[in-house]
Design a protein around this ligand. Structure first.
Ligand code: COA
Length: 93
């Protein structure tokens, strides 16, 4: 996780393939969200490949909204999806 002025950015997040779908990712994400909230972040941003069904489902299940599709985001070939989750009201709201 990177911490910016207002937002936190989840840069890299993965669970070992043999340990997936056992709740580890959800527990880690909850801990990272609590850390971001404690650090004052208003929102968490994350990206996933468009064809990453597992990742997108995972983030959707945890309250992340898909806000933008970016064509050829990865290596100039694979499309990506930007997701975000608001932890509190926007500072200008
Ligand atoms: C996304 C990831 C971190 C989830 O970790 P995890 O430990 O499996 O997550 P949890 O066990 O807490 O939650 C599992 C939930 O994620 C989603 N999910 C995980 N694998 C899935 C799959 N193959 N197909 C569809 N949904 C899937 C489902 O919502 C699932 O809930 P369910 O088992 O009740 O259906 C893991 O799949 C992973 O490391 N993927 C490769 C890296 C990656 O894509 N990172 C995120 C994008 S940067």
């Amino acid at each position: 996780m990177e911490y910016w002025d207002e937002d936190a950015h989840l840069v890299l997040f993965a669970v070992h393939p043999e340990r997936q779908r056992q709740g580890i990712g959800g527990s880690l994400l909850a801990w990272l969200e609590a850390s971001a909230a404690a650090a004052g972040s208003q929102r968490i941003r994350v990206e996933a490949r468009r064809d990453n069904v597992a990742g997108r489902s995972f983030y959707n299940d945890h309250g992340y909204h898909e806000v933008r599709l970016k064509l050829r985001m990865y290596s100039g070939t694979l499309d990506g999806v930007h997701l975000e989750k608001w932890l509190r009201l926007r500072s200008d709201a």
